[in-house]
Ligand binder design. Structure first.
Ligand code: KG4
Ligand code: ZN
Length: 339
C-alpha cells in the first residue's frame, strides 16, 4: 500500500481538534501536526459540558484550528488523501459541525471523506506511537465510555465489557466537583491525591462477586459524596485523603475487571489503555502491576494521544482506507444512495 496523508477532525465533546497524520505504506505513522483547542474555560461556570455551548465553540474555532494544523504540517489541502471526521458517538451538535466542515473540505479540494467512529479512533490510537500489533485487549476509559474491547484488526472489535451506569471519567469529574476542585476533574483529582492516604476512606469494590467484565461506578460516586459530606470544614489533608482513596478504589476496580477480560483472551498478551482517564498515573501503575503478574505488556501511549485529539481520527481514517474499509467517497458525502 502507498502512503496516506490524512487530515482528522475531532469535535464530539469539548475539544476542538485537528491534525495531519502520515501513514506510510509499511504501516508506520508520522504525526505532522496535532492541534487541540480545549473548551474547558467555556464550560467552567456551569460545572460540566453544556452541549449547546460546545457546538457554538466548535463553529467559532474549528476553521482556525484546521488551518493551524495544515500550516504546521507544511502540506496543501490538495495533497491530502483523505479528510476524516468523528461521525459519532458524541454530542450531536459538535459532531455535525465537524462532519459538515469535513464534507466542505472534501468537496472544495476533491479530497476523500472518511467518517470515523470516535471509539475506533481511541481503539487504534496506540498504534500511532507504540508497537501494538493485533490482537490486543483495549481498556478504553474516558469521560463518556468505560469498555473492554478485543481488538483483532482494523474494523474487528468485540466488546467484552462496559459500564452498567457511569463512565470512569465521569466519576473522576463528579469527585472533583464534590471536593471543590473544579474542572477538568481527572487531573485535578490526581494532583489533589498526592500525599493523600489511600486507605483512610473505605470505598466499595463494585461487582466483586459478579461474573463478566462489566464496570459500575455509581456506587462509588455515592460513597464519595457521603464521605465528602461527613467532613465538616475539610482540611487540605482531608481532601487529599479522599481523593487518594477514591483514585485507589477506581484503579482497583478497573484492574479487577481488566484481569477478567485478560483471562478471556490469554493469547493476546498485550493490554492497551486509551481514553482520557488513561493519563492517570495511579491507574497506569496498578495496570502495570497486573500486567507484570500475568507476563503481559502494558501499552500506554503519551497522555496527549489518550485524551481526545484529531490525530487519532486522522489515523483511524488512514487505517480504514489502507484496510479497504473506508466508505465509498460518494456514499460518504451523501451524494449517492448505498448500493
Ligand atoms: O477521552 P477524553 O478526552 O474524552 C472523552 O471521550 O470522554 O476523556 C476525558 C475524561 C474526563 O472525564 C477527564 O476528567 C478524564 O478523562 N481524565 C482523567 C485524567 N485526565 C483526564 N481522569 C483521571 N486522571 C487523569 N489524569
Ligand atoms: Zn474520547
Amino acid at each position: 500500500t502507498k502512503d496516506i496523508l490524512a487530515l482528522g477532525l475531532e469535535t464530539s465533546c469539548d475539544d476542538t481538534a485537528a491534525a495531519v497524520v502520515l501513514r506510510r505504506g509499511d504501516g508506520s505513522c508520522r504525526i505532522l501536526s496535532n492541534e487541540v483547542w480545549t473548551q474547558h474555560d467555556d464550560h467552567a461556570a456551569f460545572g460540566g459540558v453544556v452541549p449547546e455551548i460546545a457546538a457554538r465553540s466548535h463553529v467559532e474555532r474549528l476553521d482556525a484550528t484546521i488551518e493551524k494544523a495544515v500550516v504546521k504540517a507544511g502540506v496543501d489541502y490538495a495533497d491530502l488523501d483523505l479528510v476524516a471526521a468523528t461521525a459519532g458517538p458524541g454530542l450531536v451538535g459538535g459532531v455535525m459541525v465537524g462532519l459538515t466542515t469535513a464534507k466542505a473540505i472534501a468537496l472544495a479540494h476533491g479530497v476523500r471523506l472518511v467518517p470515523v467512529n470516535h471509539l475506533e479512533g481511541h481503539a487504534l490510537s496506540a498504534r500511532m506511537t507504540e508497537d501494538a500489533p493485533f490482537p490486543y485487549l483495549l481498556l478504553l476509559i474516558s469521560g463518556g465510555h468505560t469498555q473492554l474491547i478485543r481488538v483483532s484488526g482494523v474494523g474487528k472489535y468485540d466488546r467484552l465489557g462496559t459500564t452498567i451506569d457511569d463512565a470512569a471519567g465521569e466519576c473522576f469529574d463528579k469527585t472533583a466537583k464534590l471536593l471543590g476542585l473544579g474542572a477538568p476533574g481527572g487531573p485535578k483529582v490526581e494532583s489533589a491525591a498526592v500525599g493523600g492516604r489511600t486507605d483512610r476512606f473505605a470505598l466499595p469494590r463494585p461487582l466483586l462477586k459478579h461474573a463478566g467484565c462489566d464496570f459500575s461506578f455509581s456506587g462509588m460516586k455515592t460513597a464519595v459524596r457521603e464521605a465528602a459530606q461527613s467532613l465538616e470544614d475539610p482540611t487540605p489533608q482531608d481532601i487529599a485523603d479522599l481523593a487518594a482513596s477514591f483514585q485507589e478504589a477506581a484503579a482497583r476496580h478497573l484492574a479487577h475487571r481488566t484481569e477478567r477480560a485478560m483471562d478471556l483472551m490469554p493469547e493476546a498478551k498485550r493490554l492497551v489503555v486509551a481514553g482520557g482517564v488513561a493519563a492517570n498515573c495511579a491507574i497506569k501503575k496498578m495496570l502495570q502491576q497486573l500486567c507484570a503478574a500475568k507476563s503481559w505488556a502494558l501499552i500506554a501511549p503519551p497522555p496527549k494521544y489518550c485524551t481526545d485529539n484529531g490525530a487519532m481520527i486522522a489515523w483511524a481514517g488512514a487505517e480504514r482506507l489502507a484496510a479497504g474499509l473506508a466508505m465509498e467517497p460518494e456514499e460518504a458525502l451523501g451524494l449517492a444512495p448505498r448500493a
